[in-house]
Design a protein around this ligand. Structure first.
Ligand SMILES: [Zn+2]
Length: 151
């Protein structure tokens, strides 16, 4: 079996919300790629509702790119407790937290979901602006941390 880095994380010991730098990969030509976990809610205790995480995904795809150059991808985790994020270059956790706080604050002020139509989205009805705002307010209140294991 191939070892998968994220399977090595003890999900019983983490304390959400947090940003974890999962690793920096180096390509054949020397390019660096950084991979992050953006954990919004506590694993095995809570899940983000489908509509809410999907709407967050649409907003974060736009707003995170305003702050992080070289952002390749930000996608929901299958366990619905947060997002994976991949960037070109080496990016520091503090910079990601700053970008998340910026994005979440901006989400709380939105009145329309970007690209929530059948041309631009695969499940255009699966959205909730209210849930995305509620999650954003909550994460801002709790505060994204760089420390992810509880003491
Ligand atoms: Zn979509």
């Amino acid at each position: 079996m191939i070892k998968v880095e994220s399977f090595e994380l003890d999900h019983k010991k983490v304390l959400a919300p947090y940003v974890r730098k999962a690793g920096v990969l180096k390509g054949e030509k020397g390019d660096l790629v950084t991979k992050f976990d953006l954990r919004f809610v506590q694993p095995n205790k809570e899940m983000l509702e489908d509509e809410g995480i999907h709407t967050l995904e649409h907003f974060l795809a736009t707003f995170m790119r305003e702050k992080i150059n070289g952002l390749i991808d930000i996608s929901p985790m299958g366990c619905r407790t947060g997002f994976y994020m991949v960037t070109f270059g080496e990016v520091e956790v503090d910079k990601v937290i700053e970008a998340i706080n910026y994005s979440l604050d901006k989400i709380t002020k939105q009145t329309e979901i970007p690209a929530a139509n059948e041309t631009q989205c695969g499940s255009a009805k699966l959205h909730s602006l209210e849930l995305a705002k509620e999650y954003s307010r909550r994460i801002l209140e709790e505060g994204m941390k760089s420390k992810f294991y509880r003491d």
